[in-house]
Design a protein around this ligand. Structure first.
Ligand code: 0PR
Length: 365
């Protein structure tokens, strides 16, 4: 009997404008299929995928500046992280590691209001308190507010490098200085921005003293298959703090939050990273950056307000009626918490698709 799934097709990416998922690189797709039935959670049984995971972490360490960062242990950076299921797991684990290593009885995590909702999940499952600090008028964490929020209970400061709603990058060097002075680790959430930032001129990575952990997701701009996230730690001890003993496995400890996990994500991350780092990602950044500037300009003649893009993400005012009409025409569009429409310039978003979107916008206005 033919399964009903055989008849079904996934959506096309042609009108998907607000998602952070994208078409995987062809090599990533092939690798995902080949390693579908492997489990990096059991490295002594699935040795090839375990080797590939070390390669993935080694490549992510290069992208995030860990490979040549001061203070990174000279030894093997490929053991300073692992391939998670995505930004949520990475952020939850960064909070968990900080909680395990903090002295505070009532640990507090200082997060800008622009932080992704995964930190609320982290707070809920880990029983830590979030202390939310405001952003400035342009959507970046306010360093003075961070300074004021740091007290003896602070266990972690979070900075966002490419915010979900506006693509903003927090003042990471200033936040790192504050964190170092307070003796608190700084976690940088570059889940989405991490594959653009090496080319954008921002200071965001382990090259900044005081950055302790970084989230960077191959399954977003990195063009790996879902699920492939990344968590990296400057100090191996931050990762060791996550490890539990594994009495039934041939290896002794496991740091990941999930047990069995997808070898498809890991293998596809290695395939995408080896195909695209650095030149392919640089070209993609330049293309998306230019496209964002062009799209923002085109919108300026059509809508009341466009938020100047920093990384390739454009938020703009759109009347609720227009928003609904565009959704009805098949555009997959979502809104910020304040109601602006947001277009994320992912690799599948082209000038042609945006021109068609603008035509539709003109029609319904
Ligand atoms: N950190 C940041 C800065 C993010 O933008 C996201 C996801 C995460 C962490 C969490 O990552 P995972 O979703 O991999 O756990 N931001 C998008 C969002 O929540 C994710 C997304 C992806 C949404 C695809 C829609 C979609 O179709 O808005």
């Amino acid at each position: 009997m033919q399964s009903p799934v055989d008849e079904r097709r996934p959506q096309s990416f042609e009108r998907v404008l607000s998602s952070m998922c994208t078409e995987p690189h062809p090599a990533a797709r092939r690798a995902a299929e080949r390693f579908l039935a492997t489990n990096p959670g059991d490295p002594a049984t699935y040795e090839t995928i375990a080797d590939l995971e070390r390669e993935a972490v080694g490549a992510l360490a290069e992208i995030t500046g860990l490979a040549d960062a001061e203070g990174a242990v000279e030894s093997d950076v490929s053991s300073h992280g692992y391939v998670t299921t995505g930004g949520t797991e990475s952020n939850v684990q960064a909070v968990r590691s900080a909680r395990e290593r903090a002295d505070a009885d009532d640990p507090v995590v200082v997060v800008p209001e622009s932080a992704h909702f995964s930190f609320h999940k982290a707070a809920s499952v880990l029983d830590v308190r979030l202390r939310t600090v405001p952003t400035d008028d342009d959507g970046r964490a306010d360093a003075d507010a961070v300074a004021a929020a740091l007290d003896d209970d602070a266990a972690l400061v979070v900075a966002v490098a490419g915010s979900t709603e506006y693509g903003r990058v927090d003042p990471i060097p200033a936040m790192a200085d504050l964190a170092v002075d307070a003796g608190v680790p700084l976690h940088v959430d570059a889940a989405w921005g991490g594959f653009y930032l090496p080319f954008s001129g921002h200071d965001w990575d382990f090259g900044v003293d005081g950055v302790s952990t970084v989230t960077i997701d191959p399954h977003k701009v990195g063009r790996a298959a879902v699920p492939a996230g990344g968590l990296l730690a400057r100090d191996r001890a931050a990762l060791d703090a996550l490890a539990v003993e594994t009495p039934y496995l041939e290896t002794t400890a496991q740091a990941s939050l999930t047990g069995t996990r997808s070898g498809a994500g890991v293998a596809s991350a290695v395939a995408a990273l080896s195909a695209l780092w650095p030149d392919g990602y640089r070209e993609e950044y330049e293309r998306a950056d230019e496209l964002a500037a062009w799209f923002a300009d085109e919108l300026r003649g059509r809508v009341d307000r466009v938020v100047d893009p920093e990384l390739p993400l454009v938020a703009f005012d759109l009347a609720p009626g227009a928003f609904t009409a565009l959704r009805e025409l098949g555009w997959r569009l979502s809104r910020t918490g304040s109601g602006e429409a947001r277009v994320v310039l992912m690799p599948h978003v082209t000038r042609e698709s945006l021109a068609a979107f603008l035509d539709d916008l003109d029609e319904i206005r």
